[in-house]
Design a protein around this ligand. Structure first.
Ligand SMILES: CC(C)(COP(=O)(O)OP(=O)(O)OC[C@H]1O[C@@H](n2cnc3c(N)ncnc32)[C@H](O)[C@@H]1OP(=O)(O)O)[C@@H](O)C(=O)NCCC(=O)NCCS
Length: 193
């Protein structure tokens, strides 16, 4: 099944998920080196057996496959969760599952693209995230995407017999510069499309 170029960056694009994407997601989430960074640390196969993804969909989350622009390879997944339509807030999560893509700017760009969707299409005002303090790559990627640290929760997560700190970060719509949606909108309003 194809992916669709919904939000387009220079390295990657965000596409609606294809049903096959969930198998990849299960593979990535069962890789401890990857999933130890995440709040979701599921047991083998649980993603399919217990319908984790169906749960996200039922909860009204907005999620995307992250696809490499040059090769159309599916490399990750990201989503806006716990969307509060009254207060216009949401929580953000991301995984670049194909590890050879780590540290090459894909996570930063995918984060900016889904924030563009959240702020300029869903009309959210604020998005928050939690990242484990040891996940320096994640913290740096979120900072580059525009998130600010708002506090540290001490010993908030327990893994490998260790209690570890978690960094809370957020970003506001007014601080965010649209990488894609505003450009499309300007073209349409100027009659160029
Ligand atoms: C976290 C994640 C989304 C980041 O995406 P990415 O594509 O790897 O990150 P980017 O390349 O966009 O940015 C990484 C930045 O961290 C820096 N970095 C990497 N390792 C670092 C370290 N140990 N200390 C400090 N900075 C580090 C990189 O140099 C880069 O910054 P720079 O461009 O200023 O040099 C991705 O690595 C991932 O999915 N990891 C596994 C799952 C995960 O952690 N999910 C998020 C849970 S909150």
């Amino acid at each position: 099944m194809p992916h669709y170029k919904k939000l387009i960056g220079k390295l990657c694009y965000l596409s609606p998920r294809d049903p096959d994407d969930f198998k990849k997601l299960a593979e990535w989430l069962n890789d401890v080196e990857t999933s130890m960074n995440m709040s979701i640390r599921i047991a083998p196969n649980e993603i399919e057996q217990k319908g984790v993804v169906e749960g996200w969909l039922k909860a009204g989350d907005h999620g995307f496959a992250i696809v490499d622009l040059a090769t159309d390879k599916h490399i990750g997944d990201c989503g806006l969760h716990q969307i509060d339509w009254v207060n216009r807030t949401a929580a953000f999560g991301i995984i670049i599952g194909e590890k050879e893509y780590w540290g090459k700017g894909y996570g930063t760009e995918a984060t900016r693209l889904i924030m563009d969707y959240g702020f300029n299409i869903l009309n959210l005002e604020s998005v928050r995230l939690q990242v484990k303090e040891f996940n320096k790559r994640g913290v740096r990627a979120y900072e580059k995407a525009g998130f600010k640290t708002i506090g540290i929760q001490r010993k908030e997560t327990f893994f490998g017999r260790k209690a570890l700190d978690v960094v809370n970060m957020d970003i506001l719509a007014e601080e965010f510069e649209s990488p894609y949606v505003r450009g499309v909108m300007d073209k349409v309003l100027n009659g160029a499309v």
